[in-house]
Design a protein around this ligand. Sequence first.
Ligand code: AMP
Length: 401
Amino acid sequence: MKILVLNAGSSSLKYKLFDLDSNLVLASGLVEKIGEERAHLIYEAQNKEAYEEEAPFKNHKEALEKIISLLLDKKLGVLKSVSELQGVGHRVVHGGESFKTPCKVNEEVLKGIENMIPLAPLHNPPNLEGLKVSMSLFSEVPQVAVFDTSFHQTMPKYAFRYALPEELYEKHGLRRYGFHGTSHHYVAKEASKYLKIPFEKLNAITFHLGNGGSMAAIKDGKSIDTSMGMTPLEGLVMGTRSGDIDPAIPFFLERELKMDLTTIDKLLNKKSGLKGICGKNDIRDISELSKIGDEKATLALKIYSYRIKKYLGAYLTLLPNLDTLIFTAGIGENSTLVREMILKDLNHLGIHLDQEKNKHVKRGTIQEIQADDKEQKLTKILVVPTDEEKEIASQTKAILN
Ligand code: AMP
């Protein structure tokens, strides 16, 4: 079964073509800077030469047309005809309370995604555009929307409601939704297979630590809490996002520093987090700077890992029968230092990292990094590579079947 996965951002389009029967990625790549004079396209396909192009793709439609022409190309392509595609799976960031599971896209679903735009003004419009373009170019192929928020729809009301007047929830949807659901779900399922625990019985805390970052508490295979909120700004310190701050800070910024709302929005989303503290947002650069004594970089690492540790403490209280901690995404999978800083001095809680195993995590496979444990008393600590596109492809397949 061949499934194309699309992830449309405001000026980008990521794609990955899967053959789920042979478990292969047939082609993948992305187009960046759509709408600018020099958009950049990358295309890689199984056993074919890689291809790159800089061209002015005016919009997502032109970008997708080019991707289709490459997939069908005699020399570079991997498809003989578009009819070989059995489905297109789309990442959609916000499904609100309307979409608790992935679903086949029709006019009503498009309307539902449109209705969520006030909750995700930066993400849902390009996701919707990707869907519409794909529906026009692949008119015979079923399209499935997979939502970042769906996995967290199992949170109980006392976890997802804010202490705000009820009307704001009832009429305007102000509540915690959580994001990165596809990734939290995928790595938890991978961990359950690895640990041979049925997914419906798995109790885990997942750490999705990439440019954006979030954690989830998973009880009996269901998300019961997560650190991101109504938007992806709440929770952990991220590359450029502040995460949790005193909600009165924006009032101060407006009143005392005369910032308008657009400026405050940009400040909290693009200029804060690691970047705000030390000027850099890539953990590799920050770790190098810290090693040579840069105090701001060291402080950034401390604040970053301290915040995660506090969430870990909170989620431990929700999961008395915890099976495993799961680290994933760019930082979670690759940063020995960050994992070490988060998990330091937690032996009293049954969390004991093995320094050597942590240092020698092999990329691309599931690794156990807790200390040796003959009595089986310690919490497992796993590094699990995430693959959101693969999860979207398999959810698309499940819906179409
Ligand atoms: P993601 O959003 O999951 O792609 O993660 C991106 C982030 O992962 C980057 O900004 C880096 O901070 C981090 N990262 C990627 N590779 C490494 C690495 N080898 N070591 C440490 N951090 C890494």
